[in-house]
Design a protein around this ligand. Sequence first.
Ligand SMILES: [Zn+2]
Length: 276
Amino acid sequence: MVKPKTGITGLPLGTKESGSRVDFDRNAFSFLVETKGPRFAWARAATCPCQGNNDQTQQPEPNCEFCKGKGRFHFGPEKFYVIPPDEAGDLDELQKILLEKDGAALIRGTMLGAMRSDEEFTRVGPWLFGNAYVTVRPENPIGFHDRLIALDAELTFDEILDAGDPNEPLALHFLAVGVNCIQAVHPTIKRWQEGVDFEVVNGLVVWTSDAPDEDTRISVHYRFHPQWTVWSQPQSFRIASTKAKLAGVPPPKTPLGTPEKLVIRAMVRLEHLEDP
Ligand SMILES: [Zn+2]
């Protein structure tokens, strides 16, 4: 009979048992989130009332002016800074627009694996199935379907659309950080370049010369701040019992200790990869 190998037990040499604790140190988690976590524009999500108007399909109204047929709308969480405090760091114009669009709150969160560097995004391309895990502070109770826009990261996206009125700014699916290429094949094969034929202003393409005709089909390849959707019920009410004294919290009176809210972890999915 093969005996299982004995596991390793016992305290490392010289370690004392007294003074150790098994509960989570909430401050240590918040410290990591604040010092290592990139910034997100957090907006809550709710179902648009247009959904269910069609008795047969229960689909959202495709022509709904409010949600644009998506079936969801976003709004800012209450009781957050309208103007981000100094701790939020510098914000460029596009980042400010993304925050103001839905009244989003600026929060920090650590994202597992996916967000260590912009290079990692570029290398992996349309990244796996677009899933990741995000951890935020317990004060930011993100919910199912909420939107998190990664203000400090970029992804590339490309889409085909009609050029539209050349005198109007061209809106893309996402607000663009910058445009890498605009290409047409009809009526002639032609390419437009940022800084030469157009500028990107507040996330929109503004033609400066030689704009394509209104009905020209163009392919636009551009960079944007990734938009994630919370795709699991986050553990918003995860609570640990602690026997340590906390600032502003009376010492524990029961053998169970003082309840303490913990960091929130949720699965998120890239918005444009939501539909399989
Ligand atoms: Zn709607």
